[in-house]
Design a protein around this ligand. Structure first.
Ligand code: ATP
Length: 445
């Protein structure tokens, strides 16, 4: 099937996903009881699980299953010199224009004319606006105590470079990875969780020998590996593309960047960026801190600062892409349903357990099954309403398996297992349930 056909078939819209997310406890508008706080979102019970699973998938593939990458978890608050050295104080800015009539603010690179896109009023000249959130450390609010919330997790990796090589047995090429919150005072946040001011990143700095050949080899390797990662967890290849940055849009630290873009309902947008940072960051931190941030190479008996390839992904954007791609509407036994065909590894709840009737020992039996399974993965229990409606509720958050306890279970200890996507049911002994479920939803797949 061609990419165009695949794309044309899509029925998903942002509104449908936003509504489903609210209705099923995936994502809520934040500070809702106070009328909301522009473009901030809270992850509800199902959303918290999904988000954890996205990070878990990344960590497993980027750290746990590799011999050349190790993990880190650095602080959000870093010494202010960090941001001088990294260039963020100087360069992490967006051009801002104000409308002289309605006072709205826009990113100058996102408005096409010299007129306000909202009211047609005259716009001011563009000025540079720093995107870092500023606050104070300690009780005194003066310039000496000014501090910033990190706009990227990467700098915590560079500032720990010496700690890592002094304490771990690492040899080039190797990577240091971390996930965590970052903050950017975006001028125009929006599109649900695509662009927010507080978000989570999954970043890895991969250190290589300082040579253009090594750099290119690993850059190509990581662009491909990261592209494949989204396919592995179910993104339709027709909804993904690579976009190399033009020279004039490169970040201040970058020698070359390729974005992995996803086809959101509002158009192509960045999902992840893979950048060649060279030795820019280590050079800067060495200079600003006066510390030796070089690596001693046993092979050549020489010291140098390695170059860096950085795949930098957004948890929230990845989650949005997985949700959009999983969203389907179909008809089951004459009834319309919404189903999230999420990869089982990402699904918030793996199994739902339903007693068919609220009597005859079925609820007690169902609780036992639930207890047995919930030692291994998140399980839901639901005894309210018709069995059809209970299936639908679970389909809507992408639960891959439904287990029903019925009168036959009470006689022979077998249950029915329903598959979310095909809706087919098979009868299984309870004794074989765990192995069967692990086969269907386990991380090893
Ligand atoms: P954009 O061009 O969309 O502003 P960027 O190029 O500034 O993004 P990077 O600095 O490369 O983004 O950050 C790496 C990743 O972090 C992005 O690919 C994205 O997934 C995520 N990210 C960046 N800014 C935001 C944001 N405001 N909200 C949500 N995720 C973000």
């Amino acid at each position: 099937m061609s990419v165009e056909n695949e794309t044309a078939k899509r029925t998903v819209t942002m509104d449908k996903v936003v509504n489903l997310c609210k209705r099923r406890g995936l994502v809520f508008p934040a500070s809702d009881i106070y009328g909301g706080l522009g473009s901030t979102w809270d992850y509800g019970p199902a959303g918290a699980e999904l988000k954890r699973n996205v990070k878990e998938a990344w960590w497993r593939d980027m750290v746990q299953s590799r011999n050349d990458v190790i993990g880190l978890d650095s602080a959000i608050l870093q010494h202010p010199r960090t941001w001088e050295a990294s260039g963020h104080l100087q360069n992490f800015t967006d051009p801002l224009v104000d409308c002289k009539s309605c006072k709205q603010r826009f990113r100058a690179d996102q408005v096409d004319s010299i007129r306000c896109p909202e009211c047609g009023g005259e716009l001011t000249e563009a000025r540079q606006f720093n995107l870092m959130f500023k606050t104070f450390i300690g009780p005194v609010e003066d310039t000496a105590s000014a501090i910033y919330l990190r706009p990227e997790t990467a700098q915590g990796i560079f500032s720990n470079f010496a700690n890592v090589i002094d304490t771990q047995r690492v040899k080039l090429p190797f990577g240091i990875a971390q996930t965590g919150k970052s903050f950017r005072n975006e001028i125009t946040p929006g599109n649900f969780i695509f662009r927010t001011r507080e978000f989570e990143q999954m970043e890895m700095e991969f250190f290589v020998r300082p040579s253009p050949d090594e750099e290119l080899k690993w850059f190509e390797y990581w662009v491909d590996a990261r592209f494949q990662w989204y396919l592995k967890y179910g993104i339709n290849p027709g909804h993904l593309r690579l976009r190399p940055h033009a020279q004039d849009e490169l970040s201040h630290y970058s020698r070359g960047t390729t974005d992995i873009e996803y086809l959101y309902p509002f158009g192509w947008g960045e999902l992840e960026g893979i950048a060649r940072r060279g030795s820019f960051d280590l050079d800067q931190h060495a200079q600003y801190s006066g510390k030796d941030l070089s690596y001693f190479d046993e092979e050549s008996k020489s010291r140098f600062r390695p170059w860096v390839i950085e795949p930098a992904a957004g948890v929230d954007r990845a989650m949005l892409a997985f949700l959009l791609d999983a969203y389907h509407e179909d008809v089951v036994e004459g009834e319309e349903r919404i189903v999230l065909r999420l990869d089982p590894r990402l699904a918030p709840i793996k199994v739902a357990v339903f007693p068919l009737l609220r009597k005859g020992g079925q609820p007690e039996k169902a609780h036992n099954v639930r207890e047995m399974l919930q030692r291994y993965f998140p399980v839901a229990y639901d005894q309210a309403g018709s069995i059809g409606r209970r299936y639908r509720r679970m389909d809507e958050i992408g639960t891959p398996c439904g287990i029903t306890i019925d009168h036959q279970t009470m006689e022979d200890d077998t249950v029915t297992l329903r598959d979310r996507d095909s809706t087919e049911q098979v009868r299984l002994p309870i004794a074989g349930l765990l192995t069967n479920l692990i086969e269907r939803i386990g991380w090893h797949r």
